[in-house]
Design a protein around this ligand. Structure first.
Ligand SMILES: [Zn+2]
Length: 177
C-alpha cells in the first residue's frame, strides 16, 4: 500500500510549524505563561501541568506522562484521526508560511492569554522601534513596562547620537577657525 503522506511532508509538519502557534492560535487550546513557562490545557486530562519541550517542537503533559508533536496534539485536541489531522495541518502550514512571509505571524501569535514577547520579535534597531511605534498593534504586543523599556533604550541611543554630533561639530568648528 502506498503511503498517503511522504516522510518529508510529515517531517515538515512536525518540525516547521511552531507548536505554540498551533496550540494558541489554530487549535485555540487555553494556554498561559506561569513564571515564564508555557502551559497549555492538556486535551487529554484537562490539567495545566504541561510545558513545551525545548528544542524539538513538542510539548508534554506531566500528568499523562505524554509527549505531543504537532500531529499528536491535533489528534488529541480535535479528537480526529491521523489522516484528517495531517490534512488539516497541511492546510494550516500553507497558511502559516504565507503569514510568515507577510510577517504577520509574530503579531497574530501574540494575542491570547499572554503578553510575552517572542524573543525574535524584539526590535533590533532604533529604526524598528520607530517603525513599530506607528503600528496600532504595538499595544497588543508590548506591555506598558516593555514600551517604557524600549523608550529608555531609544533615549540612550539618542544621547549617544547627540554626543557624536557634538564631537563632530567641535572638530568642524576647530577646522573652520
Ligand atoms: Zn494530560
Amino acid at each position: 500500500m502506498k503511503k498517503q503522506f511522504s516522510d518529508k511532508e510529515l517531517y515538515i509538519l512536525r518540525n516547521n510549524l511552531p507548536i505554540r502557534y498551533l496550540i494558541e492560535v489554530i487549535l485555540a487550546i487555553p494556554s498561559k505563561f506561569v513564571e515564564n513557562v508555557f502551559r497549555f490545557l492538556c486535551p487529554l486530562c484537562s490539567e495545566f501541568y504541561t510545558a513545551a519541550v525545548p528544542g524539538n517542537n513538542t510539548v508534554q503533559c506531566f500528568t499523562c506522562k505524554k509527549n505531543f508533536n504537532t500531529i499528536d496534539i491535533t489528534i488529541a485536541a480535535k479528537k480526529s484521526d491521523f489522516v484528517s489531522s495531517v490534512l488539516f495541518l497541511k492546510e494550516v502550514y500553507e497558511k502559516y508560511t504565507k503569514l510568515k512571509t507577510n510577517d504577520d505571524y509574530q503579531q497574530s501569535s501574540i494575542k491570547g492569554p499572554t503578553n510575552n514577547i517572542i524573543p525574535s520579535s524584539k526590535p533590533k534597531s532604533i529604526d524598528d522601534v520607530m517603525n513599530n511605534s506607528s503600528n496600532p498593534l504595538i499595544t497588543a504586543i508590548y506591555t506598558p513596562s516593555q514600551i517604557i523599556l524600549n523608550l529608555k533604550k531609544m533615549e540612550k541611543k539618542l544621547d549617544i547620537l547627540i554626543e557624536d554630533i557634538r564631537q563632530i561639530k567641535e572638530v568642524l568648528d576647530v577646522k573652520v577657525c
